[in-house]
Design a protein around this ligand. Structure first.
Ligand code: HEM
Length: 319
């Protein structure tokens, strides 16, 4: 009797799992039959663009994060404002660049297989290919996302560079990402730039008494003060100085030495789990593999699949 009950429960769980997998609806090689050259076409566009402008890799990676964290990975970050202000116009998104690469990829795909490949998948592929172009990690991108029709500036509520560790962990947890994902994905800051105003408080007036953030190495702070004057609103600093164009573990080495640029980087040392991951990554050689795993997880957030959403004809406007 007990055994048959167990069997029923197991079957029920199996059905639930299968339902969940179908709801997810993503798989590697989703376009294998419908648009077999899709991934190669995107890669060609990305490589050509990044040969001319390698610094585009960083904002493209960031764009995927900003897409996935608002309304899920549905390409809502790509929509232009129309009747309402779109996500793109929100302050954290104003420094995103590289939208033209998504347009070029979409145009190339529409010529070969019209109406098949979604803009949200294109962005997921581009984020990976941009890292490959920087000789960073590669991973198998799950595809099968469909595009959303809504993009609203008021829904942009991204993690902030001023967040503490509790807030960061909660933000990531609500997206199905754990402490390890938070640390590994923050490692995206091994490439790219951050603007001075995001550091003014840390450097000049942390507690309102003209002091700097005690969690920031004092020698490093003095160095940053030379580059970012209190009223400077335009200068951008390399987040991983000396290797900001290279995808490597030096971000974790910096954070471990209390030289992370933002409070949110420094905060990774304030929780025993995240701290242990930072130190492990700084020492170890698993970053590339781990980054791919966490990117795939991030790419599953709130996806539209099956009959939901649409396949946009142009990535900037709903059909
Ligand atoms: C943990 C929470 C995070 C916070 C608070 C955060 C915050 C920021 C901020 C404030 C900037 C500088 C923007 C500017 O000044 O223009 C930035 C840049 C960047 N972020 Fe993050 N970020 C986070 C997580 C991530 C994740 C998950 C990724 C990707 C996996 C990522 C990738 C990047 C990249 C590549 C840049 C450089 C962009 C460029 O050079 O244009 N960040 N981030």
């Amino acid at each position: 009797m007990v055994a048959s009950k167990r069997l029923v429960v197991s079957c029920f769980l199996l059905v639930l799992l299968i339902a969940e997998a179908n709801a997810q609806g993503l798989k590697v090689g989703f376009y294998g039959k419908t648009c077999p050259h899709a991934e190669g076409i995107v890669r060609k566009v990305v490589f050509a663009a990044m040969k001319k402008a390698p610094t585009l890799g960083a904002p493209l990676l960031r764009m995927f994060f900003h897409d996935c964290f608002v309304r899920g990975c549905d390409g809502s970050i790509l929509l232009d404002s129309s009747n309402n202000q779109a996500e793109k116009n929100a302050v954290p998104n104003l420094s995103l660049r590289g939208f033209g690469i998504i347009d070029d990829s979409k145009a190339a795909l529409e010529k070969v297989c019209p109406g098949i490949v979604s803009c949200s998948d294109i962005l997921a592929l581009i984020a990976r290919d941009a890292m490959v172009a920087l000789e960073g990690p590669t991973w198998e991108v799950e595809t099968g996302r469909r595009d959303g029709r809504v993009s609203n500036i008021n829904e942009v509520n991204l993690p902030s560079p001023f967040d503490n560790i509790a807030k960061l962990i909660t933000d990531f947890r609500t997206k199905g990402l754990n402490e390890k994902d938070l640390v590994i994905l923050s490692g995206g800051h091994t490439i790219g730039m951050g603007h001075c105003p995001l550091m003014t408080n840390r450097l000049y007036n942390f507690t309102g008494r003209g002091d700097s953030d005690p969690s920031l190495d004092s020698e490093y702070a003095a160095n940053l003060r030379k580059k970012c004057k209190p009223t400077d609103t335009t200068t951008a600093l390399e987040m991983d100085p000396g290797s900001f164009k290279t995808f490597d573990v030096s971000y974790f080495k910096l954070v471990a030495k209390r030289r992370g640029l933002f409070q949110s980087d420094a905060a990774l040392l304030d929780n025993s789990k995240t701290r242990a991951y930072v130190l492990q990554q700084a020492r170890g050689s698993t970053f590339f593999h781990d980054f791919g795993v966490s990117m795939v997880k991030m790419g599953r957030i709130g996806v539209l699949t099956g009959r939901a959403g649409e396949i946009r004809k142009m990535c900037r406007v709903p059909n």
